[in-house]
Design a protein around this ligand. Structure first.
Ligand code: FNR
Length: 185
């Protein structure tokens, strides 16, 4: 059975390190696990007034999350917290009230920075929101990735073998976590 993981990336930047990290993790996915990036940059800001006739972009986003077995968040830290585009996607996916697209889905949070902090603040602020959706969030390994500016070549390829092996272990651990915690249908 193939499990699909919706990957949400907290940066909209063309050369985003977080997108490169998400792809490097996806490249190490074990058999039976498939990562699919779900775009968030085009989602209109959440406004409850629009719920009577929700924007098609919201509807499509919610359906993509609902169709996935699990969610992986890969994000930078902006001003010690979650980037606005990602928080907006969470808010969009959280409604209509009581029908959050994220509900109960196993999740993993990966944060990164070019500096030394590894996005720790964003990582844990994000986890606070996921609690509300009753998402079982992988606890270990903790993925605060620091100094990521030196990890990729000009083509976006990961140049560190130790990191590639670590991403492989992480992907396997997440796959096992999904099997343990995914809602039984
Ligand atoms: C940052 N950056 C940053 N880094 C950090 O470690 N802690 C922080 O609080 C912030 N705050 C912050 C705010 C804003 C508005 C920007 C644009 C950047 C630096 C950030 O981690 C770095 O630019 C990353 O490379 C962004 O991720 P992508 O775009 O490479 O995926």
């Amino acid at each position: 059975m193939t499990r699909t993981v919706a990957t949400l990336i907290g940066s909209l930047r063309g050369q985003s390190f977080n997108r490169k990290i998400a792809r490097a993790i996806a490249a190490e996915a074990p058999e039976g696990l498939k990562f699919e990036e779900v775009e968030i940059g085009h989602l209109p800001f959440y406004n409850e007034d629009l719920e009577s006739d929700p924007p098609q972009a919201w509807v499509d986003f919610r359906n993509k999350i609902k169709a996935a077995d699990a969610v992986m968040f890969v994000t930078p830290e902006y001003n010690r917290s979650v980037p606005a585009a990602l928080k907006n996607a969470i808010d969009v996916g959280s409604r209509p009230y009581g029908h959050a697209a994220f509900t109960g889905k196993p999740a993993a949070v990966v944060s990164s920075s070019q500096g030394p902090l590894g996005g720790f603040g964003a990582n844990h602020h994000l986890r606070q929101s996921l609690t509300f959706f009753d998402m079982p969030v992988l606890q270990q390994p903790e993925m605060y990735l620091s100094g990521v500016g030196a990890w990729f070549d000009a083509d976006g390829k990961l140049v560190r073998d130790d990191t590639r092996a670590f991403f492989g272990k992480f992907a396997q651990t997440f796959a096992d976590w999904i099997e343990r915690t995914a809602p039984r249908t």
